[in-house]
Design a protein around this ligand. Structure first.
Ligand code: HEC
Length: 188
């Protein structure tokens, strides 16, 4: 179980007061880090799909993505991960706070908001610590459909099924919310 998941579970047992984010600088810094991560991930994926094909590119999404997220986490002193309402890897399942934000994103999308800039942040109070939480929507693009779309090639589908017997992350269309980047930073 990821560290912040445990942390949030503990948070449910104690009081959990929520305040609106008042730290614009923190938001800007996080936004920058996530934008760089998102761009790097997509570029790495696109070139792997082209040069090695989807079977090999699987490792970009399951090995490289967590590695890149870890790199940003270490550099920025924050914990960065990916989550979704429909996960491929159950380890990426949302905690209650993430679940409510993912649902909020779906609602905002239904109201016509663009996904490109869709984000949400809050400073939550936990055990006397102020904790910054941030999420940014990840749109489904053409390059994602080979592995997350409605018609996954047979060989790839078999490979995915073996690795992820509980895979829920299929059936997406271009423009859907595939998931979100999620950030936790303990402030003090
Ligand atoms: C080559 C196959 C492949 C492609 C293409 C691909 N993914 Fe994935 N994706 C995966 C695999 C495998 C996982 C599981 C990763 C893990 O084990 O953490 C995954 C997981 C994810 C997750 C984490 C949540 C979850 O479902 O576990 C997100 C978010 C995600 N992918 C988004 C995308 C987006 C956005 C694109 C397109 C830009 C994309 N993926 C393209 C294979 C792929």
């Amino acid at each position: 179980m990821k560290k912040h998941k445990l942390f949030i579970l503990c948070g449910l047992l104690t009081s959990f007061n929520i305040h609106a984010t008042d730290n614009q600088q923190l938001v800007n810094e996080t936004r920058g880090a996530i934008k760089a991560l998102g761009t790097e991930l997509k570029a790495t994926l696109q070139s792997a799909m082209k040069s090695e094909g989807p079977s090999k590119a699987i490792s970009v999404c399951n090995v490289q993505a967590p590695k890149l997220a870890q790199k940003v986490s270490d550099e920025k002193g924050m914990e960065v991960a990916r989550t979704s309402l429909k996960t491929r890897n159950p380890l990426n399942a949302p905690d209650p706070w993430e679940l409510s934000v993912l649902e909020q994103f779906e609602h905002r999308k239904a109201e016509g908001e663009a996904l490109k800039t869709m984000e949400y942040s809050e400073i939550v109070q936990h055990n006397g610590n102020r904790v910054f939480r941030y999420m940014k929507a990840i749109p489904t693009d053409d390059v994602c459909l080979t592995c997350h779309g409605k018609q996954i090639p047979e060989k790839l589908s078999a490979q995915l099924e073996k690795l992820y017997p509980d895979d829920q992350a299929t059936g997406f269309s271009k423009g859907d919310i595939r998931g979100a980047f999620t950030v936790v930073k303990i402030l003090e």
